[in-house]
Design a protein around this ligand. Structure first.
Ligand code: KG4
Ligand code: ZN
Length: 336
């Protein structure tokens, strides 16, 4: 069985992972706290932090996996989409490492990898991997998509956001409430103590399977702004209810189109992926679907937000097909 090193550097997490086939051996993630004070990722600071982190993160991943670099069979890296400066760090590292070791280089699409994270296995416990065809709601800080997967690399986008991503909606709402970046996990935490029906916000009315979150964000902003005029302590007094209500609005919107996609396609295997799939409310809403006879797949927490294990598993499937990248490959910031 072959050892694959995965490298992920598309946004603000530097990550390296080692898989043996699809089995996880290590998954090391260095988060960048440098962005917290800015309310969002600062691209130039992200690239610099990736440069500082990449070598120690790879060394730690190899060490935790208990292997030497000479035992690797291939290096898989995120080619895009993402921040160009950040992607360049991972791409350059992966190229040099593969070249120096004389092993194949494999390029991976970040959005496909989020979905393929469902195929990571663990030798210490059984894993229930999705059967094809399946639908996946991929929800992250930069993307919101419903995709139809008919094989590991046959991914058809059947719905997508026309403006903000769901994670962006969480992060922007959090910012309005004065919470630090990334706000999604904090909204989730506060929402657990709040009333989801305390506040109502405008619901998008977009045709088909597409999404829109910009109107919801504006509606949330105006509600908070107007109520603050009446009472300057409005946020402090209602933080948990505001978090629970905005979370409910985002999840209701996500679920409505997913349920429509299930009806339209007749596909009974349904998965969620991406950073927002860590959200407890979304995980509960998806679990509810299993009561209607659907097969539901929810990723482990460590594989929801950006990580290199998902890059390594996507790389392994490409390795089996001998789908290798040339050394002159360049990253792309936008893509599917
Ligand atoms: O997949 P990811 O790590 O990066 C991108 O590819 O964008 O997703 C990051 C996004 C951020 O917007 C973050 O706030 C959101 O996922 N997120 C959450 C939760 N954990 C992460 N949103 C809501 N609830 C969570 N528990
Ligand atoms: Zn991501």
């Amino acid at each position: 069985m072959n050892y694959i090193l995965g490298i992920e550097s598309s946004c603000d997490d530097t990550s390296a992972a080692v898989l043996k086939g699809t089995a996880i051996y290590s998954n090391v993630i260095a988060n960048q706290s440098v962005h917290n004070a800015f309310g969002g990722v600062v691209p130039e600071l992200a690239s610099r932090a990736h440069q500082q982190n990449i070598i120690p993160v790879v060394e730690t991943a190899l060490h935790k996996a208990g292997i030497t670099k000479e035992q690797l069979s291939a290096v898989a890296f995120t080619r895009g989409p993402g921040l160009l400066g950040s992607l360049l760090v991972g791409t350059s590292f992966a190229k040099s490492f593969a070249y120096a070791l004389g092993i194949p280089l494999i390029e991976v699409n970040h959005m496909e990898a989020h979905v393929l994270a469902h195929f990571i296995t663990d030798e210490s416990k059984p894993t229930n991997v999705p059967k094809f065809p399946f639908l996946c709601l991929t929800v992250s800080g930069g993307h919101t998509q419903i995709v139809r997967m008919t094989s590991h690399f046959n991914m058809e986008i059947i719905g997508r956001t026309i403006d903000d991503a769901a994670g962006e909606a969480f992060d922007k709402a959090a910012k309005i409430l004065g919470l630090p970046y990334p706000g999604g996990p904090l909204v989730d935490k506060n929402a657990k103590e709040g009333n989801p029906n305390a506040f109502a916000f405008s619901k998008p009315n977009i045709r088909g399977l597409d999404y829109s979150f910009s109107g919801l964000k504006t509606s949330f902003l105006y509600t908070v702004r107007d109520r603050l005029k009446e009472d300057p302590a409005f946020i402090d007094k209602n933080l948990n209810d505001l978090c629970a209500s905005i979370q409910k609005s985002i999840i209701d919107t996500l679920m409505k189109k997913l349920v429509l996609a299930i009806k339209q396609t007749g596909i009974t295997n349904v998965a969620i992926a991406g950073g927002v799939s860590a959200n407890s409310g979304l995980r509960a809403a998806i679990s509810e679907l299993s009561k209607t006879g659907l097969n539901v797949f929810i990723p482990e927490f460590q594989f929801t937000t950006d990580n290199a294990a998902m890059i390594a598993v996507a790389g392994y499937f490409k390795f089996l097909k001998k789908d290798f990248a040339a050394l002159n490959v360049t990253p792309y910031s936008r893509g599917i």
